[in-house]
Design a protein around this ligand. Structure first.
Ligand code: SF4
Ligand code: SF4
Length: 69
């Protein structure tokens, strides 16, 4: 897997809707949906900084590859 293939992966079942990752994402990639679950609203803007993975208390978001989906 090359760096180019990495992307944000989410697990809505584990997300409790705290909004921490939304607040820390420097590129406004993330948003909460109508059920207060995380969603990738603007994937093209993601710079793969890893802040969302680092800050999520519930391991519901991480950087992975195609095989992780
Ligand atoms: S990796 Fe960085 S830019 Fe991408 S969604 Fe997470 S916090 Fe935002
Ligand atoms: S930090 Fe984790 S639990 Fe909180 S909204 Fe983001 S993905 Fe969901």
């Amino acid at each position: 897997m090359t760096a180019k293939d990495r992307k944000v992966i989410i697990n809505k079942d584990w997300c409790k809707g705290c909004g921490i990752c939304v607040a820390f994402c420097p590129k406004n990639v993330l948003a909460l949906d109508h059920h207060d679950k995380i969603e990738v609203a603007n994937r093209d803007a993601c710079i793969l900084c890893g802040q969302c993975e680092l800050r999520c208390p519930d391991f519901a978001i991480w950087l992975g590859g195609e095989a992780d989906e």
